[in-house]
Design a protein. Structure first.
Length: 398
């Protein structure tokens, strides 16, 4: 090992040690990011409210799930009995509700059969807003300070005043026939609805547009606890299913370096080591192999082969054979991409495929009926083949 290399290695070790010393002796700053993560004890985490659910709902079973709402509810659905295996309230506390369209549809159906959803968020998915005939609005003159009050006169002394963290969103449209206004917020001397219960089917949605109310920073203030307990008192005394912020496969969950990258000092040391290694390779590595001769790759003849086979089938006028192959390839695609059993093409299959593809059930029903009809037909015509092909192409492309 050369003296210069020893010098660089020693300098690198000294630098890493210096960084480690600074990080261990420096007071860790408070994280004021709005994470709404039930594992975080930072001001805007939800560690306290998540841990207090058992005491707030002593007779309820508390379950936390970290997959999507659709995956959770669909996994607890009994298709044989055509009913959910669970009942209770789905709770989500998040600044901006990350609910995809499929999950929103599933949540609407879950509530409609007699359950509840408690959503504390600045945003509501468009599908849910359209279904419940409500809308929200943002005020750009809002300065971040607001007073929250409950509509029930019994709780007139439970109002709270938040000086920071709140956002400028409120309900500007509600259906009076299905909505019960539970609370309001006042800012800039104007009062708006921010807390409401909306009936849907046999169940109901409970919305609170200021999720910052339920963070560690605000819930630990004694003067706020009565308001928060009253708000959660509108949640039925049934099982609670809490939507976790710790998504599967997100951030560092599956990374082999998750521990190193989760510690600031180790993360800086890791990056510094990689940069040093990169610089060492650039300035010290020598080329030790000859130039690799460029070999022209073989031409891809797959497309030409497929065209030849397609013309052969078409010229023989064997429409039944082509229809069977097209149906086989379509069902294999559905099994591989959407993980749906295709042995029985019934109403359950249509519902599952519609949920996973976000396509209209009636369109999928037309395709399934066409497949069943052509399977039973002995002598299919060229028009039958063209009609089936058109439906399959629409399924792939729409």
């Amino acid at each position: 090992m050369s003296k210069s290399l020893k010098f660089y290695i020693g300098l690198l070790v000294l630098l890493i040690g210096f960084i480690f010393l600074i990080e261990t002796t420096t007071e860790k700053p408070i994280n004021w990011n709005k994470t709404y993560n039930e594992k975080h004890k930072s001001p805007y985490g939800t560690f306290v409210i998540h841990n207090e659910l058992e005491s707030l709902f002593p007779d309820s079973e508390i379950e936390t799930f970290n997959n999507t709402i659709y995956e959770f509810l669909d996994g607890n659905y009994n298709f044989d009995e055509d009913e959910y295996k669970i009942d209770g309230t789905v709770v989500q506390i998040e600044e901006y509700a990350t609910i995809d369209g499929t999950s929103a549809d599933e949540l609407l159906y879950y509530v409609s059969v007699g359950n509840t959803a408690f959503l504390a968020s600045n945003t509501i998915p468009e599908i849910i807003k359209d279904s419940l005939k409500l809308d929200t609005k943002t005020s750009f003159s809002f300065k971040g300070e607001a007073t929250f009050k409950l509509s029930n006169p019994k709780f007139k002394h439970d109002s709270i005043h938040l000086k920071k963290g709140t956002n400028n969103v409120y309900f500007n449209k509600l259906d009076p026939y299905t909505t019960t206004i539970l609370g309001t917020q006042t800012f800039n001397d104007s009062t708006y609805v921010n807390f409401a219960k909306v009936n849907y089917g046999s169940g109901s949605f409970i919305f609170h547009l200021q999720p910052v109310t339920f963070t560690n920073y605000n819930i630990l203030k004694e003067e706020n606890q009565s308001y928060i307990e009253t708000v959660l008192g509108y949640v039925p005394e049934k099982n609670i299913y809490y939507k976790s912020k710790n998504r599967v496969g997100k951030n560092l969950g599956n990374s082999k370096l998750r521990f190193i990258l989760s510690k600031k000092a180790l993360k800086y040391a890791w990056y510094l080591g990689l940069i040093s290694l990169f610089l060492f390779i650039i300035f010290n590595a020598k080329r030790k192999q000859r130039i690799v001769k460029v070999i022209t790759p073989h031409k891809n003849t797959t497309v030409a082969f497929i065209k030849t086979i397609g013309n052969l089938y078409y010229e023989t006028k064997d429409h039944n054979n082509l229809i069977i192959k097209k149906v086989t390839y379509l069902l294999e695609y559905i099994r591989r991409i959407y993980f749906i059993d295709t042995q029985i093409l019934d109403d359950k299959f249509v519902k599952n495929l519609a949920l996973k593809t976000s396509k209209k059930p009636e369109d999928i029903k037309i395709l399934v009926n066409k497949i069943a009809y052509l399977r039973a037909k002995t002598n299919c015509t060229e028009q039958d083949l063209l009609d089936l092909n058109s439906l399959i192409e629409d399924f792939y492309n729409s």
